[in-house]
Design a protein around this ligand. Structure first.
Ligand code: 0A1
Ligand code: ZN
Length: 852
């Protein structure tokens, strides 16, 4: 594998050429496509004689400079480039080449999803379409003509505004699009298909009318209305919160079934994984509706944070992603329950990012090197990146933050910039020195904060010690600078004080005077910093009852449960104070979705992250025992919660009914461990009478895991109802793959032959194989069967779609921390993958890092 080389941030060089304009023509046929690319180019660096364009597996048809056809001696084609020798300082380069979208299973560049031609170019897909300076700091004005058979591909789309349509004699049609905003190639998009659509419009604050279209497979139009509503909500929110208006006459969204990620923010033509567009009450869960609202907004927000201002190079990815995730999180918090949104964001950060940060693939939000950039669309760059922006927001305050973002947009509009440029704007507008804050961009690992308290003579002393993990290469790292929101409560639960401390040293003391008695500490309120707090003997039960901060209340319930489960793992009895405190939660009269979160026991992943040597069995055993005890103790109360929130059974998608559903489904999950026929019947009835997908899948999951006698019938019913709706079938595969019942691996293997399953469709692979690889019980089976199966799949899928394969390889990230027996079993399989001939650089990078 010696030919695989890393790319380093320190090696960044400015481009030697610029591209003033680019004119593209796509002639699309069933077997191939001909791309004609005419670029007006200028030398930036006068000494450079050779123009080196990025180009993957180029099949060149013709090459011209200023209308002069070039002889073979004037250029060199390699696997990854096209070099044109002796170019003048100003010239027009015309490249004609042939590509095969129909055979493209990697889903990068131009490919086919079903019968739809579509593109995915971030980060480096464009170079497989046509030779180009495929780097984000080369921005150009694109004009694109798409030509295809009129009948099979009546809809022809690209970026910008439509400027021309021509019917041609040969039953083909050409449509030309012009995008006046200079953009890098990764934002280029093209779609051709026979699509259905819905249309709406939005009037911007300054009075421009924007045509909004959402395209999908014919027949799915009625499932696009929630996405359209979300788009309009996002457009309005960005005007109100950030003063950002949309800047073209048209905004198109296209939903396709085969897509590697969630969606893509191409200028004026977003392409989406259909899972984040299509929804109706019958087929989508409440979580799906929320997910659509957030991803639609995320892509829309990129128009300013990503497109108008883009990244200088891919090491700056968090510049657009961290900021845009922060923006979409705030949007969702404003439109829904803010407290639930914050807890959900933190849960997801801890389940994914904290695990990554504790693994050999840990990296700073601004990485220093990569082998395949595709591997760096990580929860670190996205979600930890969003936490970093959130800390800046907290340090600056709302008003200064808005001044600073205004300055950022004004200073860098139309440019490709760095995270330092962003920090400059934050600092310049607020007057707050952020130099010590920069550490967050360059270090990896989750910082810990040790909290010690003392009290005497009315003086309360808080001693904070930062415990900073080493980097992956064992080098020591420095302390961080961050805002730490905290409060002090008196014995009766009254809040004495609430403030934001700034933590900046390895060890520091904060003194609070004139207190009547030892206060109770509420720390890292709202999860103001993405850290792990270590505090001995915290007053969890008290904080669960009295804290005014909804996050700390939740955190205390979680921590108390963790403490209880861990003591059970050490052989102790169930802590009755925890059980009592849990009982109080059941009585709270609060937001229903929030209550459902408070009643959830910590995940296996949370517990596993705290173990020095990970072993799942003891975690399961203790957690199941506690769950059963809670169910027995509170059966009547929980049943009342269920009944109160289940009837009348309605399907409406509004916050009240979504809250009712999440609480009653939490109640049903709490009751399930009773395993009584009555609960089995209740679950079966919920499945049979369900009006919403949330109720249906929760019931199905419980039947599958707890009441197997009833499961078969319900699963059969679900299959026959939804086998023609692939998106819904993802839920079916996931439930079966995540199951704890006997024989899961055997069933997963068989399900690969199901007529609905297709190894080329990432959503399906993630639902069946990806979910299995997170089924701790069966993936980590002590006979290595789970590891062997997933390793085989990685090897097989790597040949079809390397991005999908390296995504699956993520399941092995726990390698360095797992118990010795599992570690050895894993090692054998990881080595086997690494020995595979022609392994992609995507998979090579992840697996070689894990094995190091
Ligand atoms: N920029 C998109 C995510 C995205 C990234 C890479 C992709 O293919 C390799 C696809 C999509 C976003 O943040 O939504
Ligand atoms: Zn994004």
């Amino acid at each position: 594998m010696s030919e695989i080389e890393a790319i380093y941030l320190k090696d960044y060089k400015k481009p030697a050429f610029s591209i003033e304009s680019v004119n593209l023509e796509f002639d699309l046929y069933e077997e191939f496509a001909i791309v004609t690319n005419i670029m007006k180019m200028n030398k930036v660096d006068g000494n450079e004689k050779t123009l080196e364009l990025h180009s993957t597996d180029l099949e060149l048809v013709e090459l011209y400079i200023n209308d002069l056809k070039l002889k073979e001696s004037r250029y060199i084609i390699s696997k990854e480039s096209l070099s044109v020798l002796n170019v003048p300082s100003e010239f027009t380069l015309k490249v004609v080449n042939k590509i095969y979208p129909q055979n493209n299973t990697e889903l990068e560049g131009l490919y086919k999803s079903g019968s739809i031609f579509c593109t995915q170019n971030e980060p480096e897909g464009f170079r497989s379409i046509t030779p180009y300076l495929d780097r984000p700091d080369v921005m150009s004005v694109f004009t694109t003509t798409v030509i295809a058979d009129k009948e099979s591909y009546p809809v022809l789309l690209s970026n910008g505004n439509k400027v021309d349509t021509k019917d041609r004699v040969d039953k083909r049609r050409s449509v030309t699009w012009h995008d006046p905003h200079p953009k890098p190639s990764y934002l280029f998009a093209l779609v051709a298909g026979d699509l259905g659509s819905i249309t709406d419009e939005f009037t911007t604050a300054s009075g421009s009318n924007v045509e909004l279209n959402i395209y999908c497979d014919k027949g799915n139009e009625s499932k696009c209305y929630h996405a359209m509503k979300s788009l309009k909500e996002a457009m309005l929110w960005d005007e109100q919160k950030y003063g950002r208006e949309y800047d073209l006459d048209i905004y198109n969204i296209v939903a396709v079934d085969s897509f590697n990620m969630g969606a893509m923010e191409n200028k004026g033509l977003n392409i989406f994984n259909s899972a984040y567009v299509l929804a109706d009450e019958d087929s989508a869960s409440d979580a799906n509706f929320m997910g659509i609202q957030s991803v639609i907004a995320h892509e829309y927000f990129h128009n300013w944070t990503g497109n108008r201002i883009t990244c200088r190079d891919w090491f700056q990815l968090t510049l657009k992603e961290g900021l845009t995730v922060f923006r979409d999180q705030c949007f969702s918090a404003d439109l829904n329950s803010a407290e639930v949104q914050r807890i959900d964001d933190v849960k997801s950060l801890r389940e994914r990012q904290f695990v990554e940060d504790a693994s050999p693939t840990a990296h700073p939000i601004q990485p220093k090197s990569y082998i395949s950039m595709n591997n760096f669309y990580t929860s670190t760059v996205y979600e930890k990146g969003a936490e970093v922006i959130r800390m800046i927001h907290t340090l600056l305050g709302e008003e200064n933050y808005r001044k600073a973002t205004d300055l950022y947009f004004k200073s860098f509009d139309g440019q490709a910039v760095t995270t330092d440029d962003f920090l400059w704007a934050m600092q310049e507008a607020s007057g707050i020195d952020l130099s010590a804050f920069k550490t967050w961009y360059h270090q990896s690992g989750t910082p810990k904060l040790k909290v010690e308290e003392s009290f005497s003579d009315g003086v309360y002393k808080l001693t904070l010690t930062q415990v900073i993990p080493n980097a992956v290469d064992s080098t020591k790292q420095n302390p961080y600078y961050y805002p730490l929101k905290m409060g002090l409560l008196d014995e009766s639960g009254e809040e004495i004080l609430a403030q934001t401390l700034v933590v900046s040293k390895e060890r520091e003391e904060f003194i609070f005077q004139n207190l009547k008695s030892k206060p109770i500490l509420s720390i890292n309120r709202a999860f103001s910093a993405p850290i792990i707090v270590e505090q001995k003997s915290a007053e969890y039960a008290f904080l669960m009852k009295y804290d005014s901060d909804s996050f700390v209340k939740y955190e205390s319930a979680q921590n108390f449960a963790v403490e209880t489960i861990e003591s059970m793992m050490r052989g102790q009895e169930i802590n009755s104070s925890f059980v009592e405190a849990y009982g109080h939660l059941l009585d709270l009269d609060i937001d229903l979705s929030y209550k459902a979160l408070l009643l959830e026991l910590p995940s296996v992943s949370t517990l596993m992250q705290r173990q020095d040597e990970v072993d799942f069995e003891p975690i399961y055993e203790a957690k199941e025992k506690l769950a059963k005890h809670l169910a027995v103790t509170f059966e009547d109360k929980v049943m009342k919660l269920y009944v109160d929130n289940h009837f009348p059974n309605v399907s409406a998608i509004d916050s009240l009914n979504m809250g009712k559903r999440s609480l009653k489904n939490r109640a049903l999950k709490i009751l399930a461990p009773l395993e009584t026929p009555a609960i089995g019947k209740l679950t079966q009835a919920q499945y049979n009478e369900s009006l919403s997908m949330s109720d249906r899948v929760v019931a199905l999951d419980i039947l599958e895991n707890t009441f197997s006698d009833f499961a078969l019938e319900a699963l059969g019913d679900f299959y026959s109802k939804y086998k023609d709706q692939t998106l819904v079938m993802n839920k079916y595969f996931s439930i079966l793959s995540a199951s704890h019942r006997e024989g899961v691996l055997k069933r997963v293997i068989e399900l690969q032959n199901d007529e609905v399953y297709d190894e080329k469709v990432p959503n399906l692979v993630r639902s069946l194989i990806g979910v299995f690889a997170r089924n701790y019980k069966y993936f980590h089976a002590k006979d290595a069967s789970g590891y062997k199966f997933v390793a085989d799949k990685i090897i097989e899928i790597d040949k079809i779609n390397p991005q999908m394969a390296s995504g699956l390889a993520g399941a092995f990230k726990i390698y360095s921390r797992i118990n010795t027996l599992n570690k050895e079993l894993m090692r054998v399989e990881l080595q086997r993958i690494l020995n595979t001939k022609e392994l992609s650089k995507n998979s090579f990078e992840i697996i070689s890092k894990i094995l190091k």
